[in-house]
Design a protein around this ligand. Sequence first.
Ligand SMILES: C[N+](C)(C)CCCC[C@H](N)C(=O)O
Ligand SMILES: O=C(O)CCC(=O)C(=O)O
Length: 478
Amino acid sequence: MKSINISTISRSVHVLLAQPAKAAPHQIKLIHHLAAQQQAPIHHQSQQQQQQQQYRQKRLACNTALCSGKCKKSARRQLEAVSGGSPVSHKHTGNVAHAVEHGPEVSRHDLDQILEVSISPDGQLARIPYMWLRDHCRSKRCFNHNTQQKIPDLQLLERDLTPQSVLADDKNLSIKWRDGHETQYSFDWLAEHFYPGQFSKRTKRAMWDKKKINSGPLPAVPFEYHMNSEEGLRQSLQNLVKYGFTMVTEAPPTAEGTRQASERVSPIQESMYGGLWTVSPAMGNNDTAYTHEGLGAHTDNTYLSSPAGIEVFHLLEHDGTGGESLLVDGFNAVDTVRQEDPEAYQTLRDTLIPFEYMATAADGKPPYLLKAYSPIFTEHPGTGELLTFRFNAYDRGTLDTVEPSQLPKFYKAYQHLSQVISRPESEFWYKLSPGTVLLVDNWRVMHGRGAFTGFRLLSGCYLSRDEWVSEARRAGVL
Ligand SMILES: C[N+](C)(C)CCCC[C@H](N)C(=O)O
Ligand SMILES: O=C(O)CCC(=O)C(=O)O
């Protein structure tokens, strides 16, 4: 490391590491005994709840025999100051060194220690507990870099998690622990992994409605570019992450074109509909999809524990009228409900509902009886971002999960979401034509179609969630 910024940290003293003469952009200091969780961005808590929690945690952290008592006063003072948004810096005055003799108590005490460091381009400070840093040690002894697997350390909680020294240059942070173990992390890695989504997001998601999606060029990549260029594929994957759908244009207007455009993203997923399937009226399948009827916006496979990740649509033939494709951003619909009626949002998030489907099996075999329970949407547990969405008014099962007294509340929330979904301003209608392959993130964006006349032949397939998301990660867009 070139510009070394060292301090040997005395265990009982709050230490501020001095900036080196040629200042590294990463400010480093150690805050002794600062309760770890108090800085977590608990997104769905009010500021008041957060303040109360911070105060409780500080009291908890200091209610050990280790503290001289000044911490409580300091915590109270900070609580008063929090409303002004002043940065918290909490000095512990307890004699930690003395407490070492008291065994496990000490480890718990050590867990509260935090490294405060700016790792984001905007200089925002991350307060990273040493416990987390040690748990995420990337040394060969702790991590298999070939498989990205941890080599578990079952004694982690019994270790002394105070660092002996913390070094940094402008790229890396390096910690020497008191048990002699050494760890190095790049600041880029920390920015990406400590609280996912807090500091860095490779592709920012753009939620859309009819107006927004029509206000710019549609997410689309020409077939040749999609197939033969890494950058072309990256753009397709980026569109999927950003908008929840993308089109591959100028593709061969055949089922083979569907297959090629799809397999470029990830292998086609087999399901009870086959691998590469076609849909046309009167195919003998009983599902509404195989009729001339219009289909309201929905996601597919709601009745499976893990619905298909992407659904691909490619219109190969149509000799009649109607049959336009409909797309609605499920995340945007949920977010609209959140703004218009926060209680309805919570109700939908917290209610598991059943989805059911009896699927025809091939070769006269008995049908599949499929059923899954899920809330309509889920949030990322760390960031609160929307994570999954499933909505299918056709395949929603008999509601046996809501207590009778809660039914009015549930139906009010469900109706609200259904209405938002069917508002004309939510709907993006598009007439597909042979050669345009549409890929839709089935965990976010709903699809449907207008009623039609004549013969209409649609080719398509499913791609697995894990596989396409893995490709998106590999391409660096997620
Ligand atoms: C896509 N494909 C036409 C093959 C099947 C359509 C299945 C529709 C079913 N109700 C569901 O939501 O999964
Ligand atoms: O016919 C279409 O355009 C869409 C059919 C559909 O919704 C489905 O197959 O899931």
